[in-house]
Design a protein around this ligand. Structure first.
Ligand code: BES
Ligand code: ZN
Length: 458
């Protein structure tokens, strides 16, 4: 009876995922179950929880000592498990936000925000209307030495600031075109920037009205303590070669997570949870025979633009790219207060990773973990290199995402156990010599830059 139910459930998952999987017959479904017990018996959510506890004592911002400590912890653990492991440094241009910033207009204090990559300065000057801050808008205006007020829209914040700078302006104020605070980024560091702040639509319109009335408002833009500097972040890698010298498949499976966090957030769920789960899967697989190479990787500098995974993919040879059959990205996998488990693929289409996980979740829970299009994490650089990759995450996200409240007490051991079982058995399905994992042809390379750039660039 039970077998029939499982076969039906597998059939359902196949229909849902639109691509062919070598269907499990009832016979090898039961074989699956007995063999999978080896993985299931070993996975211990308590161990994942303890590692999250260790990692989430403080924020682990890329390029800081705390990130280095986290990377060292991961590497020591992997090497203690008996893996060949390495810490791989890479450099990036980092930004520390201003310690203080303010805007006053005709003596009245406003409540601005700063952009990521805003530069320091202390400017008092007349504020003039710069429209949308396009080159055309500024073409016939004398903005030399002045503060230019521009509205959000049409071009990026960074372009607005550079256009005003090119015309000799001293500072820029960008006002929102919808309700609410404007929290954006200039997109990257640039020596040509001039100090820039953002204000709400309401505050911006107030200043604009004053300009239009001919009042020639005077503003003071002050930004202090912002730092742009070259920093070092780290990826940590461990490899489990095929157990069989001759019978090996030549394939590689990558399991990854990012160990860095955003400033101010202990990142228990984002992403100490994924990092600790990578460590647990590394522990579980250490003593299991596999015919496929497994790589356990934790990435640095994900939160500043997927830099660790980009670096990792950029260092892969063509041969390695061809041999990696799947990348499992674990990012935010344990929040008590988030929704159900979903998978995100960069282009929204299924691949070997989603196929394997849909099959394993069906075997374990009776229904396949759904997938949808989504970027914003370390699976994206792999997908762009033509490697089947998926993000495992609970959706909708918890309210503590990127806040100081992303702490251990919000972590659910049940959710950790569930994700580790789905991912662990999916990997075992494809890498165990006595399993017949599904096979899906690799997709051609594609570009989806919109899937990983920060939302507020425009
Ligand atoms: N774990 C998040 C990504 C995420 C959060 C995906 C919620 C889906 C739902 C990740 O660490 C993150 O914050 N990514 C950045 C993007 C990155 C390119 C800087 C983001 O989404 O802002
Ligand atoms: Zn994350």
């Amino acid at each position: 009876m039970k077998k029939t139910v499982i076969s039906l459930a597998v059939a359902t998952s196949l229909t849902l995922s639109f691509t062919s999987v070598q269907a499990s017959t009832s016979a090898n479904t039961s074989h699956h179950q007995s063999s999978e017990q080896k993985v299931l018996k070993k996975i211990n959510a308590e161990k994942i929880y303890q590692d999250i506890a260790y990692l989430s004592k403080k924020p682990r911002v890329a390029g800081t000592e705390a990130e280095r400590e986290a990377a060292t912890f991961v590497q020591k653990r992997l090497s203690k498990l008996g893996y060949e492991s390495a810490v791989e440094p890479f450099t990036f241009t980092g930004y520390t936000p201003a310690a203080s910033f303010s805007l006053s207009v005709n003596g009245t204090s406003y409540s601005p925000t700063t952009f990521t990559y805003s530069t320091n300065g202390n400017v008092t000057a007349e504020i003039v209307d710069g429209g949308l801050g396009t080159k055309d808008n500024l073409a016939n205006k004398d903005v030399t030495g002045k503060i230019v007020l521009v509205q959000r829209g049409t071009i990026t914040f960074g372009e607005k600031v550079l256009n005003a700078a090119e015309k000799g302006a001293a500072a820029v104020i960008i006002f929102n075109n919808t309700d609410g605070e404007l929290k954006g980024t200039l997109g990257g560091a640039n020596d040509n920037y001039i100090p820039s702040l953002a204000v709400t639509k309401e505050e911006g319109e107030k200043i604009l009205t004053s300009i239009q009335k001919g009042e020639k408002p005077s503003g003071t833009v002050k930004i202090e303590g912002a730092v742009v500097s070259e920093r070092t972040s780290y990826n940590v890698t461990a490899t489990k070669p095929s157990t069989f010298k001759k019978k090996g498949t030549n394939d590689i499976i990558v399991v990854g997570a990012h160990h860095d966090s955003v400033a101010g957030a202990p990142g228990a769920n984002d992403d100490a949870s994924g990092t600790a789960m990578v460590l647990e899967l590394a522990r579980v697989f250490k003593t299991l025979p596999t015919d496929t190479e497994l790589r356990f990787v934790t990435f640095g500098a994900e939160e500043v633009g997927l830099l660790g995974s980009e670096h990792y993919v950029s260092e892969l040879s063509e041969d390695e790219k061809n041999r990696i059959v799947g990348m499992f990205n674990l990012d935010m996998v344990g929040s008590r207060d988030a929704g159900d488990l979903v998978m995100n693929t960069a282009d929204g289409t299924p691949n070997l990773v989603t196929e394997l996980a849909q099959a394993s979740s069906t075997r374990l829970n009776g229904s396949p973990t759904p997938f949808q299009a989504g970027g914003r994490s370390d699976h994206v650089p792999f997908a762009e290199a033509g490697i089947p990759a998926a993000l495992f995450i609970h959706s909708p996200s918890e309210p503590w995402y990127h806040t100081p409240e992303d702490t251990l007490d919000k972590i659910s051991k049940e959710k950790l156990q569930d994700v580790a079982e789905i991912v662990g058995t999916a990997i075992y399905d494809r890498s165990s010599p006595d399993q017949q994992g599904s096979s899906v042809k690799k997709k051609a390379t594609f570009k989806a830059p919109h899937l990983y750039h920060e939302q507020d660039v425009k």
